[in-house]
Design a protein around this ligand. Structure first.
Ligand code: BTN
Length: 274
């Protein structure tokens, strides 16, 4: 194994690259922490400004969507959270995760052209999940005070390092390309992509990037089943609507709009690498 795979992040080099930017001009680094989202949440509650970044080389309680665990071994991958203070209503905040998924996929694409988005927030290469997003809102009364945007990207982890039950589903850039990823360079590019798309999102809304999101979607034309805690929908994927909901055509030809849920492709049919 190359020596750099076992090395901590060169945070001084990253800080030098991020000087003068909005995302990452202030970086809190930890060799190990519970969860970068939890640390960022604590910082936001004590007044940390927009663009404050928390990075850890390992997480003991990496958190995924729907209460799941995020595998976070030391010095392999990227575990990062950004404090956002978007001037928007709480009901619009879920679209931030879609924006961040697009920005992350665009960054991953610089290392691997086969990257695809799977609604709502998964990033896949050859059907394996290489990245996930966890956006968590902090409220002050009725007002959205901040959003913690957590991004996990599997960079240099080997498939054998995942728990057995994930070894057919999870992937990494190392696995996909056979090449080790420079974590400083990747993190710098990711923060640049996030900053650019966030500014666009604040200025022009999610609708202005919907076509770019659709162009990277793995689900176009797929027959899918979407489940949340209360509903189950089945249909053909037509794409995203301007508000970030998933458009499906059901068996009767009606168009449905799905707000949230877990997507699985029916019959394993996956036209673009989901
Ligand atoms: C998912 O389930 O797909 C979301 C995974 C999000 C993982 C990242 S790693 C950095 C940040 N800190 C966490 O505890 N979770 C997010």
């Amino acid at each position: 194994m190359p020596i750099s795979l076992t090395m901590p992040l060169d945070v001084a080099a990253l800080r030098a690259r991020r000087a003068g930017t909005r995302f990452g001009a202030h970086i809190e680094y930890f060799a190990e922490t519970d969860s970068t989202n939890l640390v960022a949440e604590r910082l936001a509650r004590s007044g940390a400004g927009e663009g404050t970044v928390v990075i850890a080389d390992a997480q003991t309680h990496g958190r995924g969507r729907l209460g799941r665990h995020w595998v976070s071994p030391a010095n392999r991958n990227l575990y990062l959270s950004v404090v956002l203070r978007p001037p928007m209503a709480p009901e619009d905040a879920p679209k931030l995760a879609l924006m961040a998924g697009l920005a992350t996929a665009e960054c991953v694409r610089e290392w691997c052209a086969q990257v695809r988005l799977k609604w709502p927030n998964d990033i896949l290469i050859d059907g394996r999940k290489v990245s996930g997003l966890l956006a968590e809102m902090g409220m002050e009364g009725e007002r959205l005070a901040h959003v913690i945007l957590g991004v996990g990207v599997n960079l240099n982890i080997e498939i054998e390092e995942f728990p057995e039950e994930l070894r057919t589903k999870a992937g990494s850039l190392l696995h996909a390309t056979g090449r080790e990823v420079d974590r400083v360079a990747f993190t710098d590019r990711l923060l640049t992509h996030l900053e650019t798309r966030y500014q666009q999102f604040i200025g022009e809304g999610f609708a202005s990037m919907r076509e770019d999101w659709d162009a990277l979607s793995s689900l176009h034309g797929a027959r899918v089943c979407v489940e949340d805690t209360r509903h189950r929908y089945e249909g053909e994927v037509l794409g995203l609507a301007d508000d970030g909901t998933l458009r499906l055509r059901d068996a009767a030809g009606n168009e449905l709009r799905v707000v949230a849920g877990d997507v699985s492709v029916v019959d394993g049919y996956a036209p673009r690498g989901s």
